[in-house]
Design a protein around this ligand. Sequence first.
Ligand code: NAD
Length: 329
Amino acid sequence: MDMNATEAQQKIETLRQELEQYSYEYHTLDTPSVSDYEYDKKMQELISLEEEYPDLQTPDSPSQRVGGKPLDAFEKVQHDIPMLSLGNAFNDEELRDFDRRVKNGTDTDVNYVCELKIDGLAVSLKYEDGVFVRGATRGDGTTGEDITKNLRTIRNIPLRLQEPATVEVRGEAYMPKRSFLALNEVKEANGDEPFANPRNAAAGSLRQLDPKIAAKRNLDIFLYGIGVWENDTSESHSERLEKMQALGLKTNPEWKKCNDMEEVIDYVHSWVERRPDLDYEIDGIVIKVDNLDQQEDLGFTAKSPRWATAYKFPAEEAVTKLTEIELSV
Ligand code: NAD
């Protein structure tokens, strides 16, 4: 892009304002006005301009921040460990770049775990001595909303674990495609505005003050990570996923351990085709370094772990997805 510094500054300012508005509509109000593809494209543009003009970088730029402000109607929850976002890769080359960065930051011998990127609402579940005591949204990463009562209505969230573990687990609450279509049919029949997509339907259902609403919405959950786990001796993320499942925490069965990035790329490609067969929406594949010591070597940026990335499905897929939903409701 051929721009002088003043033009770049103006462009950066416009992009920041637009992205802030989109983020507010999406994360705080659950009613996006643009597609994820459009949002991601503008975010990429902002990131590359900020890289080109490092003097114009600021810590409050949307490129440095996670999620959106919690709603005041809910009690606030301070996360013990921040709930972050994920870096993105949009093609095979960017996955190979990620692999190179990982190997520069830790050993050259790295295994990855690939998981489906569930398109729902990130939540944290806290268990004390095996008892579910608190559920929260991610919010802005530091402060979330207390939605314990709503989360209690999801049947796959155990109120008591198989063992008296003290653990804070993280996962994605989502609305299955079938429930989403049925819900929108009812909404339309009642003359109400339908939800834009299952992600917003799930988020909108869980961020209601009356838990009876969430109870009627057939929500579900997959757990995929840990905030804090007292006395855990796991050495890898894959070991943790297995232990979580054994505790009664529902993990997604499609995860796979891969020995190198080429194996990861094959897995990613296979899901571009298999994606429509799932009963829930996914918007990509999450790739995580398996070994926990290596994760620690790599650490975090202000916004995301350096030991993980999200491969986002190609744009035409995103457009098809929106069109399909628009046509079917
Ligand atoms: P993200 O959605 O790209 O990735 C991070 C999230 O992935 C995590 O917080 C977690 O909730 C989720 N996730 C799902 N499955 C996971 C798994 N197996 N392991 C780990 N995490 C998993 O980032 P984000 O910060 O949550 O949101 C940014 C994205 O939201 C944008 O890229 C865009 O697609 C969308 N967005 C859209 C608009 C809009 O107006 N359309 C506005 C803001 C954001």
